[in-house]
Every structure is written in structure tokens, then in C-alpha cells.
Design a protein around this ligand. Sequence first.
Ligand SMILES: [Zn+2]
Length: 262
Amino acid sequence: MIQRLDDGDITIIKTGTPVSGRVILWSMMFYYKGLVIDCGCPYAAEDAYNVLKTLGDIEAGLITHHHEDHVGCAYILGKEGIPVYAHDRGLPILRDPPEIPEYRRIVWGQPKPIDALPVAREMEIGGIEISVFEALGHSDDHVVYLIDDYLFIGDLISSIRPKIAFYRDDYTMILRSVKNILLNIDFKKAYGGHVILTRNEMDEFVEYLEDLRMRIMDLHGKGFSTMDIVDLLWEKIPDKVYMMEAVSEGEWHRKYLVDSLL
Ligand SMILES: [Zn+2]
């Protein structure tokens, strides 16, 4: 299932899998000046490509990281002879994607193999200049793309006030990457797989996480265990957090956020 939105000269394509007629989680991909930034989820690959074709020429696909909800229609771009770029650490995984757990196959779909090319620090594609920055913490092949005033941030931030994390997330490193971006990159708006943010909202994310880390360290110093800290940190937990912990076969939990900030 897809939804198309326009934000100035950026086209946003939301991709997702309906469960009982409703999409629980959307993953966004973008089209800007002939460039496709991220490729949505495998379940919606053909629908997404059919929309892309109506938007104009497609010069290249730019992948922020190898996760399945960011690479869906990249294989179609490849079949059409359109180059797809990603961090060189992601290339072997894109070429031979491992079988993902069942809940992720249901939510997003199993990705198909993609022969991608390695990104360079500075790229020019179809006359458009692209700056590429490594931004680690969510995956070890994560990059962000600066094109004009827009920064495409993949899953570096998925929520301004996260209360849950993926077992591979390293929030200490994510915090470092986001602070580095705010200090060194001039951009107006950040486009991610699950959120679109202003610079102020990214500042808010940093403040929230720094405050959270101080509280976690304080409780840890007093001898509380990770699971105690999980229970003490937030008064109210959204239902979605409990749902993700229940269905994700242990891959998503509040404890990963706590542990990775210690
Ligand atoms: Zn991801």
C-alpha cells in the first residue's frame, strides 16, 4: 500500500503493508530532482515504482542503510539500469540479503537482492550535487545525504522522544551522530524513514536523550538493574511500545535504549 504526499518540490511516498485494512507502520521514501532517496518496503515495491515513473526521469537511487523498509523497490531500479548507491559496508548485505524474522516479513516483506555501487563523500548525479556523511548508531552502514537544503536521514532518528529501541541501535552513537550533524551540516529540514524534522526538533531529540541518559546513569549509580530502570523511567508508555515488544521476537525493547545509553 502506498500514499503520495508533496512537500514543496520533494515527493514523499509512504509505503506499508495493510493488516486488517490498516497500515500500522509506514516507511517513507522520497523523490527529488531525479533522485530516489530510500526505496520503501518490499511489500509496496511495484506500487512505489509505478508512482516514481510518473514523476520524471530517475537518475539514481540513494540508500541510507540496508534495512528492508528502505530498499524495497531498489531491485526494480537495478533491473531498469538505474544505478543504486549505498555505503560500502552495506553492499554485501544488499547483494545477498539474509532471511529476516517472520514479523518483519509480515510488516515489510523480504527484500530482493540488489547490486549497489559504493557512495563517495561528494557525488554529482544528473547535475545535482550530493554530499554524503557517515552517520552511525542505527546500523553500521548508515549514511545521510545532503542535497541542496535537505538532509535525508534514514532511520538515524525514528521518533523525537524514543521509548524503545531495536536491539542493534546504539543510542550513545546515534546521539553523537546527530550532534555532529547539527554542528557541521547546514540544512533546513531532515527527511527520515518515519519522521520529517526541523533543526529545532532535532535539537529537542538531543535534549531529550541527554536528559534520559543522565537519569539512566543516576539510577544505574544507585544500583538499579536495566529492567528496574525500564520500569522507573517513564510514567506512561504508549500502547505501540508494548505491542512492538510483544510481536518483535525480542528485537525491539525499552531495555536496548537503556543499555545503549549507559
Ligand atoms: Zn533501519
